[in-house]
Design a protein around this ligand. Sequence first.
Ligand code: BV8
Length: 230
Amino acid sequence: MEKIVILTGAGISAESGLATFRDEGGLWAAHRIEDVATPEAFERDPDLVHRFYNARRTQAARVAPNAAHRALARLQERHGGEVVLVTQNVDALHEAAGSRAVMHMHGTLAGALCARCEARWPAPLVMSTQDACPVCGAKATRPDIVWFGEMPHGMEAIWTHLEEADVFAAIGTSGNVYPAAAFAQHAGRAGAHTIELNLEASYNTRDFAETRLGRASQVVPEWVGAVLGD
Ligand code: BV8
């Protein structure tokens, strides 16, 4: 049976009520990346960075998965071949929809990390510079999120999955951020059929053999239905 590798981005969570990054009124309209999503930003103003992620963590706790998340969980459940789900998203909506083994390449809002000893633990809803690391006691706790200039998680395994994929689908991502934006080309070169499911053609739309435009809650269940033949 076909091995399917999927990459999701902020667009799959948009209809659940979470802001994307680069759309109208998106996160980068309200904050500059340099001020809230880089290690230098955290060095410079950790309170501002904590405020940015506390707001997103609180918002993410309030929303529910939509039909697109549920369709991917159904695909994982019902497809005879391997389905690998990689997400750039830091929310937990794939898990809430029943997906398993989700690879959060950019980290998660649910995780906390010690900038001193690299210990990890479940993040409280509100994090602050006054929190002490439960392992080393340093007041150096940060969101367990991959910022710009930091290495995304699981890259070795992801490149191998892409080389083994028969189908690679990118869902709700603008194709602006690397290395995720290079996945379609990498999978295509290794022989995968590449498909983008998005509200509008992504920045790297030329890397895809097939494009299905529309809202994720529409096009993802349709695509999953076609794959499962039901
Ligand atoms: C690294 C966590 C190296 C934070 C994020 C120049 C050229 C190439 C690369 C670079 C360069 N300069 C710098 C770089 C590297 C940099 C990069 O790519 N920069 C870009 C801006 C040029 N990348 C990095 O720094 C990465 N690390 O390269 O490390 C290294 C090597 C060795 C050792 C150490 C380090 C790290 C990147 C990760 C950064 N962290 N997020 C947070 O979440 O707060 S990235 C951030 O953008 C999010 O994670 C998100 O996943 C990602 C991409 O955004 P999208 O998910 O695509 O969202 P976006 O809003 O852009 O698009 C939404 C899409 O949905 C749109 O297409 C829209 O049409 C669609 N949509 C909207 N509504 C719907 C919909 N679709 C369907 N239905 C709807 N209803």
